[in-house]
Design a protein around this ligand. Structure first.
Ligand code: MEV
Length: 364
């Protein structure tokens, strides 16, 4: 058996606007998805026959990392509610790509990767699988797994599932963990990780250390309404087509996000909270809030530093930045929401069991 897991994410600033190249900030949360792989006589997912159209993310990864590999039994567990804006599909894809890579290993040539996706190579292209040459070696298990590769594979899969429009926000945050900032340019004060490009939009992906931020939590309130990201992203695209002047809101979200990032870097959480609440008003005017989100947001506001919807909206979840998570959580629950409490920047993907890897040796 091989097992890997990855965290969900909350967007603090910039959802939707990030799809158009504006800056955005997300943090990994304590809630995770886990993927367990075992060899099996036929393809199974959670004990049932595997239907590619029911699990398009897994199917897309299977084609990239397990093409012609032996059948697997895949078990998916986790505590991230699906279709709620908390990155459950990205966390699943990151965990599945880590588990699949761990289970098949990686071919190396001269100590360098001979196959796979890597940020170090031009345009993040897929190299190989190459023909095995004399002197090639293969790395198996946890050491063959790479966060950048899981992030880029997940971005590709998310873009496919969202009709070609997806930022690398969810994929990078669920792979690397911590706090991730996307921008249209390399930000001098942040730790630059890599560039990503999709269609005609490009993003510079950075990580930020939030280690010195203490005594503040995120309370996540779920409306219980399923709102697929693809539909919300398409809704905003339609709005901008009909009312091009709404691009002002997108740009203003970018300005607010920049203010939020600066406050986050200074550790001024009151200012971070104010920027979050402003961000919410702009999202509302893009039409992605809903009455249920508004009622959870009103309930949480009096005990919070800032409140906003998080993710694609239209249902899904809101977040409250608070120093009193218990009281804020109770207020949200009283208003009809289900709550989760998380620290601000949790750990990224991890291989949790690689004792039986490889499950498949495609290199031999
Ligand atoms: C979804 O979590 C965030 C959106 O901005 C879409 C994306 O970034 O791909 C709505």
């Amino acid at each position: 058996m091989v097992q890997a897991s990855a965290p969900g994410k909350c967007i603090l600033f910039g959802e939707h606007a990030v799809v158009y190249g504006q800056p955005a900030v997300a943090v990994a949360i304590d809630q995770r998805m886990s993927v367990k792989l075992k060899l099996n006589s036929d393809w199974r997912i959670d004990g049932m026959a595997f239907h590619p159209d029911r699990h398009p993310h897994v199917e897309a990864l299977k084609q990239r990392l397990w093409d012609s590999g032996p059948p697997l039994s895949i078990k998916i567990t986790g505590d991230i509610p699906p279709a709620s804006g908390l990155g459950s599909s990205a966390a699943l894809s990151v965990a599945a790509s880590a588990a699949l890579r761990c289970a098949r290993g990686r071919q190396l040539r001269d100590d360098d990767w001979a196959e796979g996706w890597t940020a170090a190579r031009p345009n993040n292209v897929y190299n190989g699988p190459w023909d095995v040459e004399k002197g090639d070696s293969v790395e198996y298990g946890e050491s063959s797994v790479d966060e950048d590769e899981c992030a880029i594979l997940t971005h590709a899969v998310e873009a496919y599932a969202q009709g070609g429009r997806a930022s690398p926000m969810d994929s990078s945050t669920c792979a690397h963990g911590g706090c991730i900032v996307l921008s249209d340019k390399v930000e001098e004060n942040l730790n630059w990780l890599y560039s990503r490009q999709l269609n005609d939009v490009s993003w510079e992906v950075h990580s930020v250390s939030l280690e010195n931020i203490e005594d503040v939590w995120l309370v996540i309130g779920s409306t219980g309404i399923h709102a697929p990201t693809s539909e919300q992203v398409a809704k905003v695209a339609k709005l901008l087509e009909k009312q091009p002047e709404k691009m002002r809101e997108i740009e203003t979200i970018g300005i607010v996000a920049r203010r939020g990032i600066a406050a986050l870097m200074r550790g001024e959480m009151e200012a971070v909270g104010r920027a979050m609440s402003e961000n919410h008003l702009l999202l509302r005017s893009l039409g992605v809030s809903c009455p249920e989100l508004e009622s959870l947001i009103s309930a949480a506001a009096p005990t919070s530093l800032g409140v906003k919807l998080t993710g694609a909206g239209g249902g899904g979840c809101m977040i409250a930045l608070t120093r009193d998570p218990k009281t804020t959580s109770e207020a949200i629950e009283l208003a009809g929401g289900r709550t989760l409490i998380s620290r601000l920047a949790s750990a990224g993907m991890s291989v949790d069991d690689d004792k039986e890897s490889p499950l498949w040796k495609p290199h031999e």
